[in-house]
Design a protein around this ligand. Structure first.
Ligand SMILES: Cc1cc2nc3c(=O)[nH]c(=O)nc-3n(C[C@H](O)[C@H](O)[C@H](O)COP(=O)(O)O)c2cc1C
Length: 201
């Protein structure tokens, strides 16, 4: 964990950017950068934090279910305490991720599994539910269910945090790309970012 909230005066909206690729210059990273650029040019006051999940140290949920009684995870010596604080405080979470074996990469799945305490002890952030956005990239040409699992997984995460997914973008066939987001894809992500930054919280 090396990123902190970037605070701007008079904050109105907190946005957490989860970047789930281990490739610092990959497509998920480029998508996250676009959102950051648009956020910094945005008139409204925004507080941003980026979490590169590949760089986080998060123990795997052991399924001990102690959190069912206590509301707390027995592990308290990794990055999850900091991530939980971010997840609790944020208004909006944007998850940019590659598809790995038709699912979320392990580092993102590890974080999802560790939100289990919230499954048993829901956050009470009604009516201001957290808003989740998802951008996913798959290398293969389109195939059935290529982009179905991650939204399902992230919906579990959103629900554990008393939130919901507002919108998702999915891009197949990135193996055909040259390392840079195609212009048309960048435009779509820019449009997506403008929409999500205008969304009232
Ligand atoms: C371990 C691994 C598993 C992958 N599994 C899939 C897959 O099941 N379906 C798919 O479409 N692409 C798969 N890919 C390709 C990545 O999703 C694709 O290269 C993606 O664009 C990488 O995103 P990034 O540039 O943000 O890292 C896999 C790549 C890796 C490294």
């Amino acid at each position: 964990m090396h990123n902190e909230w970037t605070t701007r005066q008079g904050l109105m909206k907190k946005i957490a950017l989860f970047m789930a690729s281990g490739r610092p210059s990959g497509y998920s990273s480029q998508a996250t950068r676009i959102i950051k650029e648009i956020a910094s040019a945005c008139a409204s006051q925004i507080e941003l934090v980026q979490i590169n999940t590949y760089n986080t140290k998060v123990r795997h949920c052991s399924g001990c279910e102690i959190c069912k009684d206590t509301g707390e995870c027995v592990f308290n010596d990794d990055d999850m305490q900091k991530i939980c604080k971010i997840l609790e405080e944020t208004d909006v979470a944007v998850i940019s991720t590659p598809v790995y074996y038709s699912s979320a990469p392990g580092s993102l799945k590890a974080i999802l599994d560790r939100t289990q305490p919230y499954f048993y002890h829901p956050l009470k952030n009604e009516p201001d539910k957290k808003i989740f956005y998802l951008i996913q990239f798959g290398g293969s040409r389109p195939y059935p269910a290529q982009f179905e699992t991650i939204p399902q997984q992230m919906l579990h995460m959103a629900r554990n945090l008393n939130g919901y997914i507002v919108a998702e973008l999915s891009f197949p066939a990135t193996d055909q790309w040259d390392g840079t987001l195609p212009a048309q894809v960048s435009s779509q992500i820019e449009e997506f970012a403008r929409t999500l930054l205008q969304e009232p919280v």
